[in-house]
Design a protein around this ligand. Sequence first.
Ligand code: SDX
Length: 427
Amino acid sequence: MSKTATLEFNGKKYEFPVTEGTEQEIGIDIKKLRGEAGLITLDPGYKNTGSCESAITFLDGEKGVLRYRGYAIEDLAEKADFLEVAYLLIFGELPIKEQLEKFTKDIKEQSHVDEEMKKILDGFPKSAHPMGVLSSLTSALIAFNPSSVDVSSEEEMYKAIVKILGKFPVLAAWTLRKKNSLPLNYGDEDLGYVENLHKMMFEKPNKSYSVDKAVIDALDKLLILHADHEQNCSTSTVRMVGSSHAGLFASISAGISALWGPLHGGANQAVIEMLERIKEDGGDTHKFMQKAKDKEDPFRLMGFGHRVYKNFDPRAKIIKKSADEVLGQLGVEDPVLDIAKGLEKEALEDDYFVKRKLYPNVDFYSGIIYRALGIPVEMFTVMFALGRLPGWIAQWREMRLRKEPIGRPRQIYIGENLRDFKPLGSR
Ligand code: SDX
């Protein structure tokens, strides 16, 4: 493989170094492009542009491969638990017993939230979308944890990391309890991370709490499957905000807002709303397939398509299998599962989708499991954020440790050229 790429422009040739990743991905290093050739690149949505070198997550979109720190997602989903995967993503290795015990203990010690935060939550109407509330509460945490801002040392960074991992599930549970008019609670330190989250979300003040192990196992697996996904929209947002040396909590608050969009993490809510709409409309999947292909129709098949995967999203395969298992274990019949399977079958045989390599993505089946677990649809993207939290942390930490420069893209200006000011009377 050649070590340089040549660009020819206006009769001049320019050589740029080529970098090759450990999975043979090749990138042209254009750091000197503008200085040497006076040119910039233009790539809306960064479809062909790498923002960084990263050792955290590897995706092969053509083959449908996903690995966290070299471990296959299929193995991690089956054999690890969420805090183990969080440790792996953030620190780069699967923890040994002592490391996992200390990590878990340090997180538990941070799982209280300042009582004053309840006043901020009180200010929101019950109708507020949980993602907007969660992003605001996450940013508000800074006021009560000012040291989480300047994390120049690894020790300070570790403290900020266990703080957000400890407090985020409380804030997420509180957003649900606020909507359900339930008193704000705290977890139970004797429970595991995921069971504690579930208890905070669902325990009732006047009832004893119990939960089916199948529910906790399903939640743990869903959180693992959402934990990281290299330079997606929300992670790139976390990196961008963190690149100005804004703190970890502020960067994650921005990531939550980016994840909220229906083209990104908000798709899991949009998928269920779409499936419900199809069910209410009589279940005619073919009619909605035609709408999805009609360029004049804004309707899109939510949960389908992906910027990177041009094959099955490996997470979608695992979640689809898990949906069948969990609904079977819980004895839940959900007609939208059959509608989803019908849509998937039809799309995989339809030339429009096949030609564009549009397959089900992580959001297509996840909502069906969340719903079977009793999680309301407006909380689906909060569940995505709970899963993605360690990935955002890992990517932010890597960016800061690698001392990446502040993110500041260029542009091609297409506005007015210089013109003289006209006084109001003469316009
Ligand atoms: C996530 O990046 C990540 O890794 C994200 C994520 C993560 O873990 O962080 O994987 C999580 O966000 C998954 C994606 C969830 N979003 C949805 O399910 C929303 C529906 N999907 C689409 O909006 C779309 O597929 C995107 C946004 C996911 C990807 O869009 P791209 O890469 O910009 O592709 P595109 O919009 O240019 O589409 C290419 C073609 C177009 O048709 P033509 O112009 O070529 O004729 O495919 C069509 C699109 O119209 N198309 C769809 C479609 N998705 C793409 N047509 C109908 N239904 C769809 N869902």
